[in-house]
Design a protein around this ligand. Structure first.
Ligand code: MOS
Length: 739
């Protein structure tokens, strides 16, 4: 007899939440309707540094519908000056109206609450702030003289070296040495940050757009000095989260403070312009990379020094040099990270923080080395193929990067490349082909899940995880369906609520690898309990069989060797006096001590450059990845395509321009902050190796959320060099830089 539900994991199923999203049935944070709901609008500073000398709120307070103007003059004093939850890497130093200091332009300095959004917006315009300005620090290059070494960030030491750099220098017959820069960038998910705060007595409910419901609960409860048991965070749908929603920023706590004051539920939506202020973004980086190699291309040393920007009140480290510690086989290395304080908001995680920026610098440096050594860029990477992580010496848990290079090169047609720059022309355009390696570490944290057999024989599975648009609902449904033995249509998966079993942040590409094993463990326990129930029940046709002779498939309990001896799960469930459920936790073992845990990919890009105008087009990108096992081939491909699109954006378009006079991001809107539109994206060909990494977790799944953006900027930069002979080391590569 064929098992119908034994191969559900990996199938390219449509998103289970797709119909809700396309019909408007999915409820996002700002869409919850509560009686008496009122609206809050943040007033942001207009100077980058100084003190507020006077804040006149009288006109705002008298304006129609205004219920409250909260500022440093009347805000409640919070424990530890509002810093009780300040615990890097994700516990942000927030701007909570505790004093009159201004550290960055667009810092929240007041919140206006009114009965309607129109009244709140109008009231906010009437708040009159006067300042005693101080000279801001805004020039990254000049501020570099004050660069300093940060404390250890997220278990990543700022300075790591290995081997003997002097020996590596002496052995080098070919050297390259250059500085690469990447600009500030800002998050712009379709759904901006939004929070509804609702108090019922001492109990606070937050409807929040977040990548981490438990993290928001912890931050807000600690900051307000209340018990975490009194805070519930609900986030069933998130309209994109790429790191900005991994921390609870100021507006979440401000919404709660306002709601407590006005004794009504308060909605606070961060508007598009405000996305370029108090909610983080990718910091500016300057990266010095030097590589040495023998004539045959084998690396003798790698040197990667990173300077990145942070705010003047909190350290955020963009760990860009970490990639140079693991990407290639190299006996000697030196990597450092330094910070520069600017009067901006604190930067934050932005899709593949560190990897996206650092990979660009390393992969372009490798291309420069290939040119200097006259070796094909793909061949150079193969000659330096790493079987173990360079700095720790640990072997990779599973690595199929050679297959990735071979498969993507074949699909791209790399062997037809002519080596010399400017040597490939087509229809008046300079054609360039470039390659880069993609990588992202595999992370996993403890997670819990609950599985319960419902009276109709269907399965309810719950975990306090998040679906940030990635497909968590869908892939967890598949894991549950296959493990218990029911059709995916008979599984309901619930997430996004702190009342559910705990799960980690949906960041660091770790949700699938963390939550899927918990779902699998809970469903296995449930399966065993259901089978035990059936064989103990005289009314069941399975009564009296040994447990190992009973299985569940497609919603039926059946005897393994007598398929006609069976009953529907619904029949058993209907007889139960007490429902059967199971809760399980799954957590990592010691694999990270034994292995280096990473995903890899090979990215090939073609550009066509107008020789007169410098305009760059990207007709195709071909990439093959090794991320362990795919839980859903369709959502996996979508994730990687989305990452590649962002890589094109990173390479060619995105740039938050800081006004050097006043510290405002000038292009704080989606008209002038450029991202690719549909016409900018042509062929994206994504394939994957799909081999489970069982040394990493029981499902063999690593993460795919972030690797897609890595490698793309490197491959495109290298393609632009191949097309034009011009090496642009300063992102984004805009046409003015090519003229
Ligand atoms: Mo990702 S930048 O860790 O959400």
């Amino acid at each position: 007899m064929s098992a119908l539900t034994s191969n559900v994991i990996g199938l390219p199923l449509d998103r289970t939440d797709g119909p809700l999203k396309t019909t408007g049935g999915a409820r996002y944070a700002a869409e919850f309707r509560l009686p008496e709901l009122c609206h809050a609008v943040m007033v942001l500073s207009t100077i980058p540094r100084g003190r507020i000398t006077s804040l006149d709120t009288t006109r705002a307070e008298r304006a129609p519908g205004v219920l409250l103007v909260l500022s440093h003059r009347n805000a409640p004093t919070l424990p530890e000056h509002g810093r009780a939850a300040f615990k890097p890497p994700a516990g942000r130093a927030m701007s909570l109206l505790q004093d009159d200091d201004v550290h960055y332009n667009r810092q929240p300095i007041a919140v206006v609450v009114a009965d309607t959004i129109e009244h709140a917006v109008a009231g906010a315009a009437l708040v009159d702030a006067r300042y005693a300005p101080q000279a801001p620090v805004l020039d990254f290059e000049r501020a570099r003289e004050q660069a300093y070494k940060p404390k250890e960030a997220a278990q990543k030491r700022p300075d790591v070296g290995w081997g003997d750099m002097d020996a590596g220098q002496r052995a080098a017959e070919v050297k390259v040495d250059a500085t690469y820069t990447t600009p500030m960038q800002n998050h712009n998910p379709i759904e901006p940050h939004a929070t509804i705060a609702h108090w019922q007595g001492d109990h606070l409910t937050l409807h929040d757009s977040t990548q981490y419901v438990s993290g928001v609960r912890e931050t807000v409860s600690k900051t307000l000095g209340i018990s975490a048991d009194n805070v519930r965070v609900i986030s069933p749908f998130v309209g994109g989260g790429f790191g900005c929603k991994g921390s609870a920023w100021s507006h979440v706590t401000l919404a709660a403070m306002c709601a407590r004051q006005v004794q009504r539920p308060v909605k606070l939506v961060v508007d598009r312009q405000q996305m370029f202020g108090p909610v983080g973004g990718r910091p500016q980086t300057s990266q010095h990379v030097a590589l040495g190699a023998r004539r045959d291309g084998s690396l003798t040393f790698v040197h990667h020094d990173v300077v990145s920007s942070t705010s003047d009140f909190e350290d955020f480290v963009e760990p860009s040099a970490v990639v140079s510690r693991m990407m290639y086989a190299c006996p000697n290395g030196s990597t450092t990270h330094r910070l520069v304080k600017l009067n901006t908001g604190t930067p934050t995680f932005q899709r593949a923080p560190g990897e996206a920026t650092g990979n660009f610098a390393l992969e372009v440096a490798m291309d420069e080395l290939a040119a200097a050594a006259r070796i094909d860029p793909l061949e150079l990477r193969l000659r330096n193929y790493a079987e173990k992580e360079a700095d720790t010496g640990k072997p990779f848990s599973s690595k199929h990067l050679r297959e990735c290079y071979a498969q993507a090169a074949e699909r791209f047609g790399w062997k037809h490349r002519s080596a010399a720059p400017r040597s490939m022309l087509d229809a008046g355009r300079l054609v360039g082909w470039g390659v880069a390696t993609a990588s992202y570490p595999a992370h996993r944290m403890a997670a819990s899940a609950r599985a319960a057999l419902q009276p109709d024989g269907s399965l309810l599975v719950q975990s306090g995880s998040q679906d940030i648009g990635t497909g968590t609902y869908t892939v967890m449904t598949q894991v549950a369906a296959e493990t218990l033995g029911v059709a995916p249509a008979h599984v309901r998966f619930e997430l996004g609520d702190t009342t559910l079993p705990h799960a980690p942040v949906s960041g660091g590409s770790m949700s699938a690898a963390s939550v899927a094993p918990a779902v699998q463990a809970a469903c296995r326990q449930l399966r065993d309990r259901v089978i035990a129930q059936a064989i103990a029940d005289p009314q069941s046709p399975l009564h009296g069989l040994p447990a190992d002779r009973v299985m569940i498939d497609d919603g039926w309990l059946l005897a393994r060797d007598q398929p006609n001896r069976r009953e529907a799960l619904a029949a058993l469930a209907g007889r139960l006096a007490n429902p059967i459920d199971a809760t399980a936790e799954a957590k990592p073992g010691n694999e990270s001590q034994r292995y280096a845990l990473h995903s890899f990919g090979a990215v090939f890009a073609e550009v066509r450059v107008d020789p007169d105008l410098g305009e760059i087009r990207v007709p195709r990108i071909v990439a093959t990845y090794d991320f362990g096992r795919a839980l859903n081939a369709k959502t996996a491909r979508s994730q990687l395509q989305g990452g590649i699109v962002w890589g094109v954006s990173f390479a060619l378009l995105e740039d938050s321009i800081l006004d050097q006079r006043n510290g405002r991001i000038v292009n704080a809107n989606l008209a002038e902050y450029h991202v690719p539109v549909n016409a900018d994206i042509q062929t994206i060909d994504v394939t994957f190796v799909d081999d489970p990494d069982l040394a990493f977790n029981p499902l063999g799944v690593r993460g795919i959320g972030e690797i897609g953006i890595t490698g793309v900027a490197g491959a495109l930069s290298n393609a632009v060099y191949h097309a034009t002979g011009r090496r642009i080391r300063d992102l984004p590569i805009t046409l003015d830089k090519l003229l």
